[in-house]
Every structure is written in structure tokens, then in C-alpha cells.
Ligand binder design. Structure first.
Ligand code: HEC
Length: 126
């Protein structure tokens, strides 16, 4: 194999590798992602109370390493796993995500509604 061809092959492999990385690792959260997360609340007052008392603490913090509320790009790979699995993980816990997100009185339907809210960019602003 000639050196030119080998360098070409290497370049192609590198580019393919970079493209794969780009697809899998979403952009790290920025200050404006945090600002957006902090400004969003569920429209329903009941859900809002549950959200503020539990999910908000972690899902508006970069340090908690939880997908940020309203960051559609961060939620995309989660949603791709399927809503039913996300609800199951939210109910039972998932790595550093505690069971029921520490919301003792949250029903499964609440969890589902909270996930829909957190994974979108809209709903009521603070
Ligand atoms: C103590 C911090 C904490 C609280 C409170 C919390 N979460 Fe999380 N959550 C996390 C972390 C950290 C992750 C990321 C876990 C991972 O991917 O390893 C996560 C991930 C998730 C996921 C994605 C699970 C998956 O399969 O990818 C869902 C859904 C979720 N949280 C819902 C909620 C809901 C709903 C609430 C409020 C009722 C809540 N969380 C409260 C820390 C928290």
C-alpha cells in the first residue's frame, strides 16, 4: 500500500470517527441552557409544585449531570429510548437519578407529564 493511499485511508477513518463522535456526544450545556432551564415551569399549578420541590434542583444544574429542563438536544437521546422506558427509569431510579426523582407523591402519570414538560423548550415562564 502506497504512503499516499495510507494517509488518505487514515484521513477518512479520522473523519468518520469525528462524525460518529459528533452524533453521539451532544454539545455540553452552556450558561444559556441553564438560564432557560431555570426560567421554565409546568403550566399546571399542581405539576409545577411537584417540579419545584423535586426535579428542579437537579434538572437545572450542570453539576448534577442531569439532562437540563428545556434542552431539547440533551433530551433527544433520552426520548429516543422510548417514553415508557423513561417513565420506568424515573419511577425506579437510573444511576444518579433517584427513584421518583425524590417526589414521594408523584404518580406515574405525573412522571410522564413532568418528562414531557422537561424535554420541551416551552411551557410557562417563571
Ligand atoms: C437528586 C437529583 C435528581 C432529582 C431530584 C431528579 N433527577 Fe432526574 N436525573 C438526575 C440525573 C443525575 C440524571 C441522569 C442519569 C444518568 O443518565 O446517568 C437524571 C435523568 C432523568 C431522566 C432520564 C432517564 C433516562 O433513562 O435517560 C428522567 C426521565 C428524569 N431524570 C426525570 C426526573 C423527574 C421527572 C424528576 C422529578 C420528579 C427528577 N428526574 C428529579 C438527577 C435527578
Amino acid at each position: 500500500m502506497g504512503i499516499v493511499f495510507r494517509s488518505f485511508l487514515l484521513a477518512v477513518l479520522l473523519l468518520a470517527g469525528l462524525a460518529a463522535c459528533k452524533e453521539e456526544a451532544p454539545q455540553p450545556p452552556s450558561a444559556s441552557d441553564v438560564q432557560r432551564a431555570e426560567s421554565l415551569r409546568p403550566a399546571s399549578s399542581e405539576l409545577r409544585a411537584r417540579y419545584e420541590r423535586s426535579c428542579l434542583a437537579c434538572h437545572t444544574s450542570i453539576d448534577a449531570r442531569a439532562p437540563l429542563t428545556g434542552s431539547v438536544a440533551q433530551w433527544k437521546p433520552r426520548l429516543d429510548k422510548g417514553m415508557d422506558l423513561l417513565v420506568k427509569h424515573a419511577m425506579e431510579g437510573f444511576n444518579a437519578m433517584p427513584p421518583k426523582g425524590l417526589c414521594a407523591d408523584c404518580s406515574e402519570a405525573d412522571m410522564r407529564a413532568l418528562i414531557v414538560f422537561m424535554s420541551q423548550e416551552k411551557e410557562e415562564r417563571k
